[in-house]
Design a protein around this ligand. Sequence first.
Ligand code: SF4
Length: 79
Amino acid sequence: MTEQMALCVGMDPEVFFPGSGRPPKAAVDACRRCPIEIRCMFDALRSTDEGYRGGLTKAERDRIRAWDRRARKRAGVAA
Ligand code: SF4
C-alpha cells in the first residue's frame, strides 16, 4: 500500500543516485511531495544504502547517524 504511494515509482532511478553531488531537482521535488517521505527517511536512516532517499542524501544521513551515536554516547545509552 505505502509503496504504491511512493512518488518515485516509475521515475528514472538514476536521478536518485547522483554520486556525491546534489540530487537533481526531480528527485528533490518527488521526495518533498511524497506522502511517505518521513517513513522513507526513517527506513533510510536504518540502512547504509547509497542514494537520495526520504529527502536526504547519503552524506546527510551519515551526519545524522553520527550525531545520534554521539548523543547516545554522551547519555550513556547503548547504540
Ligand atoms: S520519499 Fe522515498 S519513497 Fe518518496 S519519492 Fe523520495 S525516495 Fe521515493
